[in-house]
Design a binder for this molecule. Structure first.
Ligand code: 13P
Length: 325
């Protein structure tokens, strides 16, 4: 495959996005996508709310889309921004990269940012692999996210049954050893649409803000990333169940907790499940109400609209990234 630098696609790395987010006390949204409709909804939502955006794909999402096809989608997303005469910056990020080879292959295919997730390995191995990716990425002006601590949950190829919180005392050494540009931490979020099963009247447990604050105290101004940040919006769960689905008793991270994290050192918030739920809810409704419908535009179109509205809601009401560009 021909090598492409992300600047040829009109993309940017995350450096300036994060420094502005840190000063402005908000978080940049990182939305996962797997297809054209999701990508269009994300970009449209971010253009309409004047929010910077990180488009992210996991390794398996990249395989699903096609490694050769993906740069064209990213370029198309940038064209949408230009056509709308919008100034929002767009980054293309590898989510949960699990090897040097995958990170390198993405960098050579136009990604402006990569995550190397070696958080399941020992501290030393995690630092070693992260450092290796940083050296290659920085030579190409690509930013790197690594992870310390383990999130529970299931997400594409990442599966962990139990979480372990990030240990703040390890952070400084890890940053020194690796030179990464941002760090994902574990403070009580988890991947997937089944984060908490609550009894009536029960609230999800609060995030470990003491850990986040201790990390901020040790490395002030360093960009922190929050994975597993979907809220599992009740209206979409209700809509899915009303129209034939079965997703009972599930809850995610409350919006006010995400707001609080975004005003602290969290500069990037990862959202995947909420986007999947929004589209599924809209599609289920169409199929239930119009069982004879078979034109994909008639169900993917409304699904795209629902996702666009959700993106605008997150940017304006939760992350504070709206109106920044
Ligand atoms: P959610 O499953 O909470 O959307 O988390 C997504 C994520 O962290 C992607 O890396």
């Amino acid at each position: 495959m021909k090598k492409i630098h992300y600047s040829e696609l009109g993309l940017v790395n995350t450096k300036e996005m994060f420094s502005r987010a840190m000063t402005g006390k908000y978080a940049v949204p990182a939305y996962n996508f797997n297809n054209m409709e999701q990508l269009q909804a994300i970009i449209t939502g971010c253009i309409r709310s004047n929010s910077p955006v990180i488009l992210q794909v996991s390794g398996s999402a990249r395989n699903y889309i096609g490694a050769g096809f993906l740069p064209h989608l990213a370029a198309a997303a940038r064209s949408m921004v230009e056509e709308a005469r919008s100034a929002i910056p767009v980054a293309l990020h590898l989510d949960h990269g699990n090897s040097f080879e995958l990170a390198k292959s993405c960098i050579e295919a136009g990604f402006s940012s990569v995550m190397i997730d070696a958080s399941h390995h020992s501290f030393e191995e995690n630092a070693k692999l992260s450092r290796e990716v940083v050296e290659y990425a920085h030579d190409n002006d690509v930013t790197v996210e690594a992870e310390l601590g383990v999130l529970a949950g299931i997400e594409d190829e990442v599966v962990a049954e139990k979480s372990s919180y990030t240990r703040p005392e390890e952070v400084e050494k890890f940053l020194e050893m690796t030179g990464v540009d941002s760090l994902a931490i574990s403070i009580g979020t988890s991947h997937g649409a089944h984060k908490f099963k609550l009894k009536p009247g029960e609230e999800p447990p609060p995030l470990k803000f003491d850990i986040l604050e201790e990390i901020e105290r040790r490395v002030p101004g360093f960009p922190i990333v929050l994975h597993g940040a979907s809220s599992v919006m009740a209206k979409h769960i209700e809509q899915i169940n009303r129209f034939g689905g079965k997703m009972e008793n599930t809850a995610g991270i409350p919006e006010e907790q995400l707001r609080r994290a975004a005003a602290l050192a969290v500069c990037k918030v990862n959202i995947d499940s909420d986007g999947r739920l929004a589209m599924t809810a809209a599609i289920r409704q169409i199929f239930a109400e119009k069982p004879s419908e078979f034109d994909p535009r008639k169900y993917l179109g409304p699904a795209r609209d629902e996702l666009t509205e959700m993106i605008i809601h997150k940017n304006t009401q939760v992350l504070g990234s709206a109106g920044r560009y």
